[in-house]
Write a protein that binds this ligand. Structure first.
Ligand code: UN1
Length: 487
């Protein structure tokens, strides 16, 4: 099997470390190849290459940068099937979701390619005569991008595409569980004609490579998606760099007594067990009205029993494996925590034997809102069902966690829907739809400990990866004093 390399200044080379690691298919435990264990020295070289490439790239007209993205868009489309299968093999999600992961990157690339002819600033009148005021967008510089394994093509695209269209150059460190998806994605950018050094890729463990990205003063911005603890660490180390964070979630679905229960069931199963619960936006809590809880639980159990675990490449598989054994251990640990806390385990709670990191979809009922299983991010197929009496209590329970990424309410009452939209503390609220399903042209991100207020996607994604410069042009030919002459 081939030994993969890292990309620095347009050349695929070996790491200084002389060390490698394997990427494992989580469904079969077979190796997908050998990868370079990049170290600090590699990251420093990548940063230097990005710094050297910056002047030319940032001065290359944005519409021309957009043309390269447009070419990448075409190549991604042509390679969708191959890349989608690779996502399934390396990350484990079922093939329709693997293809969806790639589609999200295709969409983001198209969106950002077109941004090359916008990148709007503002103009606004001056308080003085013969004076012109505007804002323009400038690139930030060299940006460090650290991406997770759960969306191994989509999330890199959320970071790389806006970074490029804004004129930044990139040092990209993908998660160590999905290096091959990252390499194949970057190869598409190369094929699209991206100049050498504009995107540099270093695979390897976060502790060394990620740490260098966070601390190196030549990097002006770090964008990180991953756990809260690592996000906090990146922030501390990054000093005054701009930091974009998208951290965890403990997302909930509210089911009111007037909800369409069939529809709510679809949303809960998709939100809770889609991607085997390994989404920041996964629905790990269901806050169900006491009047419909019994009926809903019968439906939920019946439906969950029918879910088929297996290799995501197989057509009849509903739920794929967890990413690795450590993740499975964590999910299992939370099953025991839930039992110890006195929640009622009504389904699942076990590892499957044999190859692959499979874990049964797991349902707890009678969970109290303050139990650890209802408060902490498990990142697996574990759903805690909490009974609520009314909308007010549902919103209180929804907001009782430290995270605030996604949320959802099922109701037929428009007033209740809008009260929930207003009252829920989250970056995303869905009405009559699950907690997942964001689209690339809308902002994505959360409140509270989910991040630091930045958003990816849409126009806010452009904002994240650019600086705003305010420009005043005085064409009066004399000294005019703002605030003083304007009286
Ligand atoms: C994530 O969970 O890490 O809405 C990202 C969604 C996807 C993106 C999720 N489009 O769930």
């Amino acid at each position: 099997m081939s030994v993969q390399k890292i990309l620095i200044n347009g050349e695929w080379i070996e790491s200084n470390s002389g060390e490698t690691f394997e990427s494992i298919n989580p469904a079969t435990e077979q190796s997908l190849g050998t990868f370079q264990k990049g170290n600090r020295e590699d990251v420093k070289s990548a940063i230097d290459a990005a710094e050297d490439a910056f002047e030319k790239w940032s001065n290359f007209p944005a519409p021309k940068r957009g043309e390269i993205l447009l070419k990448a868009y075409q190549l991604l489309k042509q390679n969708k099937q191959r890349l989608g299968e690779l996502v399934t093999k390396e990350m484990g999600k079922v093939l329709p979701e693997g293809l969806g992961d790639v589609q999200e990157a295709i969409d983001m690339t198209a969106y950002m390619a077109a941004e090359g002819r916008r990148l709007f600033g503002h103009t606004t009148p001056s308080e003085l005569p013969d004076k012109f005021c505007m804002t323009i967008r400038r690139p930030i510089g060299v940006v460090g991008l650290i991406s997770p394994w759960n969306f191994p093509v989509a999330i890199p695209s959320w970071k790389i595409m806006p970074a490029l269209i804004c004129g930044n150059t990139v040092v990209f460190k993908p998660a160590s569980d999905t290096p091959l998806c990252a390499i194949e994605f970057v190869k598409i950018l190369e094929q699209a004609g991206l100049p050498d050094g504009v995107v540099n890729l270093v695979t390897g463990p976060g502790q060394e490579a990620g740490d260098e990205i966070a601390t190196n003063p030549k990097i002006r911005m770090v964008s990180f998606t991953g756990s809260r603890d690592v996000g906090l660490d990146v922030t501390k180390k990054a000093g005054l760099k701009k930091v974009g964070l998208e951290l965890g979630g403990k997302n909930g679905i509210i089911i009111m007594d007037d909800a369409d229960l069939d529809l709510a069931l679809e949303g809960v199963v998709w939100g809770g067990f889609g991607t085997t619960g390994q989404r920041c936006t996964a629905a790990s809590r269901v806050l169900v009205h006491e009047k419909v809880k019994g009926r809903f639980m019968d439906m939920f159990l019946e439906r969950t029993q029918k879910l088929k675990l297996g290799d995501g490449l197989k057509k009849d598989t509903d739920v794929g494996p967890l990413i690795n054994e450590k993740a499975r251990e964590k999910v299992d640990k939370y099953t025991h925590i839930g039992l110890d806390e006195g929640a009622n385990l009504v389904y699942g709670g076990r590892k499957l034997g044999g190859k692959g990191f499979f874990y049964q979809p797991t349902i707890f009922t009678d969970a109290a809102p303050d139990m650890r299983i209802a408060q902490e991010e498990i990142f697996g197929p574990t759903v805690s069902v909490i009974e609520v009496k009314n909308l007010k209590e549902a919103i209180e329970v929804m907001n009782s966690v430290k995270y605030g990424l996604s949320s959802s309410i099922y109701t037929r009452d428009i007033n209740k829907a809008f009260k929930a939209i207003q009252g829920i503390e989250a970056g995303l609220t869905y009405v009559n739809s699950s907690t997942i399903g964001s689209e690339v042209h809308l902002p994505f991100g959360g409140v509270k400990d989910t991040g630091n207020g930045t958003r990816e996607g849409g126009i806010l994604g452009v904002e994240e990866f650019s600086e705003v410069k305010t420009v005043y042009v005085d064409y009066s030919g004399k000294l005019q004093k703002a605030q003083i002459d304007a009286e």
